[in-house]
Design a protein around this ligand. Structure first.
Ligand code: GLY
Length: 566
C-alpha cells in the first residue's frame, strides 16, 4: 500500500473507532476520579483532556502518551517539550514490559572539562544556562519511535491537538503566569527583550504559539526530518551559532533513542518496573524498596519521626551509591547487578541505627551546597485494555536553558548540567557525581527521572512518577509506600505531605504544614537538620482498583488533573 492510501485507511479506521465509541464514551476530569475505560494524569488540564479524547476514540495508552507529550510541549512550556528529552516505561496488557530512553546526548564537540576555567574551577552557570548547556534533544525522536512500536492511531492525528492548541491559542493558568513572570530576567538575558515570553503575564491571558504550530506541522508531515533537518533544524543551529553553542547538524543527524531492559524487582508481592541507567531512578528506587521490606511501616507511623529517620538513613546510603556508580551504561560499566544484590544491600544498610543519625560525611566525602526546586513533568496513562505507560520528560530547569528558538517556537533544554561537571562539585540539585557521570561526546547525562509501573500478583496495579530533580526518586518511593503500606487511595497518596533527603547536603526537606513541631524536635534530637520547602514534587499516578476501576491521582501542588473515560 502506498503511504497516502495507508494514511487514508488509518484515518478512516480512527474515524470509525471514534464514531463507535463516541456514543458511549464520556470524559470526566478532576482529582481522585474513577472510570472504567481509561485514565490518565498529567500536569495540565488541556493535555489531560487531549489524551483522554484519544483514549475515548479507541486509541491505546501509547497513542494517548504521544498526544499528551506534544500537547504539554505547547501548554506547559516550562517542562513540556520538544527541545528536551525523557524516559518512558511501559507495560502491555499481555505483561510485556520495556523502556524507551529518549534522553538528550552530549554534543560531539563536548569535552570533559568544558565548564572549567584554566584553573580547573567550575565557571558559574555555564552548564545550566545559555546555549552551551543544551544537550541534543531526544523528545521528537522518542515520540516517533514510541508510536512506531506501540501506537495504533495515525501519528498525524496524535500531534493534531497540539497543533490546534498552538495555533488557536489557550488561556494560561495563574501558576503558569506566575512562573513566566518569575523568569523574565532570565528570558531577557538569554534572548533579549523582543522574545515572545517577555511581558507581564496574567492568569487567563491567551498564549499563541504560531511558530511552534509550524514546527509541529513539519513533524506531522515529515516525521523525524521535520525536526532534525530542514527549517526547524536550521533555526536551532542558527541559535547555536548566535549564542556560542556547540550543537551541529552532525549531532542532530546522529541522535538515536534506545530501547532498554527495565529494572524489575519485587517489593513483597508487588513487581516494580522502572527506568534503568542512564536514569538513576530505577536502581535507587529498587534499593530503597529492598531496604524497606522488613520495616514495620504501620507501627512506625506515616511521617513520624521514626519513619522519616529510617528513610533518611536509607536515602543517604542510596544517594551515595548513585553519586559513585551511576552514569550512561553505554559509556561506563554501571555495576547494576551488584547494586541490586541482596547480600550487598543487606551489608549496605546493616549499620542503620533506628534512633541515631549517621553523618553523611561518614558515608562518603563530598562538599555540597543547596538544592533548588526544579521542573520536569510526568504523566501516567492506563487504557481500557490494560496497557500502561509512565513518561517523565524534561527541559531540566524551568524553561530549560531559557534559550528560545524564536523561528521554531520552543525552548532548548539545559540538560548538560545533569553531568558531573567536576567530580565532587554539586549540580543545580545539589547532586554530586564522579567518573561514571563525567562528560563525553554522545554520552547521556545521569538522570533522576523515575517513571514506574507496579504489578500486584502479575496484574497491572499502579503507574506513577513525578518531576522534581533529585527529589523524584524519594517522592515515587513515598507514593508507593503510601498506597501499599498505609492503604491510601491514589489521590491521598499524592496529596500526602512528603519529605526528602539525599546523602548530601546532609539535611531533610519537608513541606509547608508537613510536620508538626514535636516531630521536628524529635528529629533534631536524633541529629537531623531540617529545611522547609513550599512544596516537593508533583506526582501524577493511576491506580487499578480491585474492582477493575481506574483511579487517577493528580497533584494539587500544580494544575495537574486526571482525565478518565467513562
Ligand atoms: N533533569 C532532571 C533529571 O533528569 O533528573
Amino acid at each position: 500500500m502506498n503511504k497516502k492510501i495507508h494514511l487514508l485507511v488509518v484515518g478512516l479506521l480512527a474515524l470509525v473507532a471514534c464514531q463507535q465509541t463516541s456514543k458511549t464514551s464520556e470524559i470526566i476530569t478532576g482529582r481522585g476520579i474513577e472510570a472504567p475505560n481509561g485514565m490518565l494524569a498529567s500536569a495540565h488540564p488541556l493535555a489531560s483532556k487531549a489524551g483522554a479524547e484519544i483514549l475515548a476514540q479507541g486509541g491505546n495508552a501509547f497513542d494517548a502518551a504521544v498526544c499528551v507529550h506534544f500537547a504539554l510541549a505547547v501548554v506547559y512550556p516550562r517542562a513540556g517539550n520538544i527541545g528536551g528529552g525523557g524516559f518512558a516505561v511501559y507495560r502491555k496488557n499481555n505483561g510485556e514490559t520495556g523502556t524507551l530512553d529518549f534522553r538528550e546526548k552530549a554534543p560531539l564537540q563536548a569535552s570533559r572539562n568544558m565548564y572549567l576555567d584554566s584553573m580547573q574551577n567550575v565557571i558559574p552557570d555555564l552548564s545550566s544556562t545559555g546555549a552551551l548547556s543544551v544537550g541534543v534533544p531526544g523528545s521528537v525522536q522518542g515520540m516517533i519511535d514510541l508510536h512506531k512500536k506501540l501506537g495504533t492511531i495515525a501519528f498525524e492525528n496524535l500531534i493534531e491537538p497540539a497543533i490546534k492548541l498552538a495555533e488557536n491559542g489557550f488561556a494560561i493558568t495563574k501558576d503558569e503566569a506566575d512562573k513566566l513572570n518569575s523568569y523574565q530576567e532570565a528570558f531577557i538575558k538569554a534572548n533579549g527583550t523582543a522574545m515572545y515570553f517577555v511581558k507581564n503575564w496574567q492568569a487567563g491571558d491567551t498564549m499563541h504559539l504560531p511558530a511552534l504550530a509550524k514546527t509541529l506541522k513539519a513533524i506531522q508531515k515529515n516525521g523525524r526530518d521535520g525536526f532534525y533537518k530542514g527549517d526547524v533544524a536550521a533555526a536551532m543551529l542558527k541559535k547555536m551559532n548566535e549564542k556560542a553553542g556547540i550543537i551541529t547538524q552532525a549531532d542532530l543527524d546522529a541522535y538515536k533513542t534506545v530501547w532498554r531492559k527495565p529494572i524489575e524487582i519485587f517489593y513483597k508481592n508487588y513487581k516494580v518496573i522502572s527506568m534503568p541507567p542512564p536514569s538513576s531512578g530505577g536502581i535507587a528506587l529498587a534499593q530503597l524498596l529492598k531496604g524497606s521490606e522488613n520495616f514495620d511501616w504501620k507501627a512506625s507511623g506515616h511521617n513520624s519521626a521514626a519513619t522519616i529517620h529510617f528513610t533518611t538513613e536509607l536515602q543517604r546510603r542510596v544517594y551515595a551509591d548513585r553519586a559513585s556508580y551511576l552514569g550512561d551504561p553505554d559509556f561506563y560499566p554501571v555495576p547494576q547487578q551488584m547494586l541490586l544484590d541482596s547480600t550487598y544491600l543487606a551489608q549496605r544498610f546493616e549499620n542503620i541505627k533506628l534512633n541515631k543519625k549517621t553523618n553523611s560525611s561518614d558515608i562518603k566525602e563530598g562538599s555540597v551546597e543547596i538544592i533548588e526546586s526544579i521542573e520536569t513533568t510526568h504523566f501516567s496513562i492506563v487504557d481500557k485494555q490494560g496497557n500502561a505507560i509512565a513518561i517523565t520528560t524534561t527541559l531540566n530547569g524551568n524553561y530549560g536553558s531559557k534559550v528560545f528558538v524564536e523561528n521554531a517556537g520552543f525552548f532548548l533544554n539545559n540538560e548538560m548540567d545533569d553531568f558531573s561537571v567536576k567530580p565532587g562539585v554539586p549540580n543545580q540539585f545539589g547532586l554530586i557525581g564522579a567518573e561514571a557521570n563525567a562528560i563525553a561526546p554522545q554520552k547521556r547525562m545521569l538522570s533522576s527521572m523515575t517513571p514506574t509501573i507496579l504489578e500486584k500478583n502479575n496484574e497491572l496495579f499502579m503507574v506513577v512518577g513525578t518531576p522534581g530533580g533529585a527529589t523524584i526518586i524519594t517522592l515515587v518511593y513515598q507514593a508507593i509506600i503510601n498506597v501499599i503500606e498505609y492503604d491510601m487511595d491514589i489521590q491521598q497518596a499524592v496529596d500526602a505531605k512528603k519529605t526528602h533527603s539525599q546523602w548530601l547536603p546532609d539535611i531533610i526537606l519537608y513541606e509547608e504544614n508537613g510536620l508538626d513541631s514535636s516531630i521536628i524536635k524529635n528529629l533534631n534530637q536524633m541529629g537531623h537538620v531540617l529545611e522547609l520547602r513550599p512544596y516537593i514534587g508533583k506526582l501524577d499516578a493511576v491506580l487499578v482498583l480491585s474492582n477493575g476501576m481506574l483511579q487517577g491521582g493528580s497533584d494539587p501542588r500544580g494544575d495537574d488533573i486526571s482525565a478518565g473515560v467513562k
